[in-house]
Design a binder for this molecule. Structure first.
Ligand SMILES: [Zn+2]
Ligand SMILES: [Zn+2]
Length: 302
């Protein structure tokens, strides 16, 4: 199960009723954070989730509204006597940017591991899930992310019996591990049916619509996407500043055939995003104008 919380939904600056866009996901005892603008640690507190299990922080890009909250969060983690390493993932320049911010948080009791994205698309396996970064189109180098949890096929007792695999190895094989014993090699595909649908989450913000989003968001259970503007007369502005309108996000959701779309990263001037949702749902019916701390539990089907 992926426990997903969109901590904030604002773009550019935090507002009294709207924190900056950031996503926190809990899976199997570890937590991942994507983006960390000013105030993100307060948003986590408001949600009531813990900083402690955060072991990965990803950045879409290095605009202040997506990273300026990092030094404060690092200090808070340090004050809680964290000693476990923290992994940071982000576009080229990650270590340089973080070190600059760390002038005000120089001494931390835990190590930081830097993972710089160097390719247009790059996949990282960690903590039992697959994280993929894909390049998008903003006015600085920017990436979107997918997070996927695979699901193995059903255990097939008949096949396991027919293949005369000793029962004591069934559990290990079911977990996807290979067993070598008594001169035999038993592999999971000998006892498991075809792979079943897993869980997929896509997050992208600060970009124009791109093929990389269309392709990578494909089949996501949840697609969290920026919608900077709801007003139809702001299409030109969206193009100029390399952002998206609600309608462009909805078209992407439709083309990628996702389960649900949550809009986020609203312009500070956009006070009532829900006003535009009837038109948005004409394009993609399962669209939601997310509010801060919107939460979902993504689970395997059936
Ligand atoms: Zn932004
Ligand atoms: Zn930006």
């Amino acid at each position: 199960m992926l426990d997903v919380c969109l901590l904030g939904t604002g773009g550019m600056m935090p507002l009294p009723y709207r924190w900056l866009t950031a996503l926190m996901v809990r899976y199997n005892g570890s937590s991942l954070l994507i983006d960390c603008g000013e105030g993100t640690q307060i948003a986590i507190k408001e949600k009531g989730w813990s900083f402690k299990p955060i072991d990965v922080i990803c950045f879409t890009h290095y605009h202040g509204d997506h990273i300026s909250g990092l030094p404060g969060l690092l200090l808070t983690m340090g004050n809680a006597d964290r000693t476990e390493p923290l992994t940071l993932v982000g576009p080229r320049g990650l270590e340089r940017v973080v070190n600059a911010l760390r002038v005000i948080a120089p001494e931390l009791p835990f190590p930081i591991k830097y993972v710089e994205i160097t390719e247009p698309e790059q996949t990282f396996e960690m903590n039992g899930y697959r994280l993929k970064a894909f390049r998008v189109n903003h006015n600085v180098l920017c990436y979107g992310y997918t997070m996927e949890v695979d699901r193995a096929g059903k255990f097939d007792v008949e096949r396991a019996t027919a293949a005369q695999i000793p029962q004591r190895y069934w559990g290990v094989l079911q977990k996807g591990e290979t067993v070598e014993a008594e001169g035999q090699t038993y592999t999971p595909d000998m006892v498991l049916g075809p792979q079943r649908k897993g869980i997929k989450l896509t997050y992208c913000t600060d970009t124009r619509p791109t093929d990389s989003i269309r392709n990578n968001a494909k089949g996501s259970d949840l697609f969290i996407c920026e919608g900077m503007y709801g007003e139809k007369d702001k299409q030109k502005k969206a193009k100029e500043y390399k952002h998206m309108t609600f309608y462009e996000a909805a078209s992407l959701a439709k083309e990628a055939d996702v389960g649900e779309l949550w809009l986020t990263h609203y312009s500070p001037s956009l006070t009532r995003p829900e006003e535009y949702m009837d038109d948005v749902r004409e394009i993609f019916p399962r669209a939601i104008a997310a509010k801060d701390r919107r939460t979902a539990e993504l689970v395997f089907e059936d």
